[in-house]
Design a protein around this ligand. Structure first.
Ligand code: C5P
Length: 291
């Protein structure tokens, strides 16, 4: 990033006014650049968050418990393997609290629902229990560290290394998920090339959604092809977003995003897609809100 942009982003106060909000994570780009000896993949990814997400609340109680509510609650595990409970246990193995997770994001969908929930649990419970943030939150999942801060980030390593970036506008967008859960390891396993080019070392300042879409179009999500092989319906989702300035898959799928010049364009596209495919999850969002 040019120094100007980096400086501006550092001056912005950390957006932690609402620590229980667990926003959707969107990979605007996801370049797979290599593989570590342990099998994890090296990434170079530009990540933003949406103004749509899950919501966590905590209340004092005598034991640790988790209740899942909301439109996407069905099928979310509530046992000890739930990332929210694992996050709580990482913070304090003895801690007690009644946690409610109001679920609005589809699970196993490439938009970081579980990771963002875990990050929100860490933010909320570290305050509630007055505990410091644990050192190795990536033990909960490679995407959890980046979800601790909702600002735009360039993510490296296997996801645990990130740098806040400026120079990106608010992006009117549509998120579309066809309702097919996609297992991340299956998508990585389908990759034929793992030594792809990273993004350019310096990200330009992108002043408008149009400029952002144009620059992003020259970048990639290297998991798109493998994910389409695992779940061919992803091609249909990308086709349905065909009128967007840019249509791309997020993470390992199946959720795809379309970028538009104006919120009205995004709303029109979302209405049309929701009408044609009533079974799909279709949402109008702003990515990188209050940029
Ligand atoms: O860290 P997390 O549990 O989210 O990762 C799920 C799986 O995704 C890993 O077991 C691995 O197969 C794959 N993965 C990867 N490279 C990454 C992140 C995840 O290969 N950077």
């Amino acid at each position: 990033l040019p120094r100007r942009a980096r400086h501006r982003s550092m001056l912005r106060p950390m957006a932690d006014a609402d620590p229980g909000f667990a926003p959707a994570k969107v990979n605007l780009t996801l370049h797979v650049t290599g593989r570590r000896a342990d099998g994890y993949h090296l990434l170079d990814s530009l990540v933003v968050f949406a103004d749509l997400g899950d919501r966590l609340t905590v209340a004092a109680d005598e034991a640790l418990s988790l209740r899942v509510t909301g439109p996407m609650a069905a099928g979310v595990p509530t046992g000890a393997d739930n990332l929210v409970l694992r996050a709580a246990r990482l913070l304090d193995p003895e801690g007690a609290a009644r946690i409610t997770l109001d679920k609005h994001l589809p699970a196993a969908a490439g938009i970081g629902g579980g990771s963002s929930d875990a990050a929100a649990a860490l933010r909320l419970l570290s305050r509630h229990w007055k505990r410091p943030m644990p050192d190795r939150v990536e033990a909960l999942g490679a995407d959890v560290p980046m979800c601790l801060d909702p600002r735009a980030q360039r993510v490296g390593g296997i996801g645990e290394r990130s740098m806040i970036v400026g120079g990106l506008p608010e992006l009117p967008a549509v998120l579309v998920n066809p309702g097919a859960p996609v297992a991340t390891p299956a998508v990585f396993a389908r990759m034929t090339r793992r030594d792809n080019a990273p993004m350019p070392p310096e990200l330009p300042v992108l002043a408008t959604p149009g400029a952002a879409a144009e620059w992003l179009a020259a970048q990639r999500n290297d998991l798109e092809g493998p994910a389409c092989a695992v779940a061919p319906v992803i091609r249909d989702v990308l086709d349905a977003l065909g009128d967007a300035r840019l249509a791309r898959m997020s993470g390992s799928g199946a959720t795809c995003f379309g970028l538009y010049d104006r919120p009205d364009d995004a709303r029109a596209a979302a209405d049309r897609i929701a009408q044609t495919e009533p079974g799909w999850w279709v949402r109008v969002v702003t990515l990188n809100p209050s940029a």
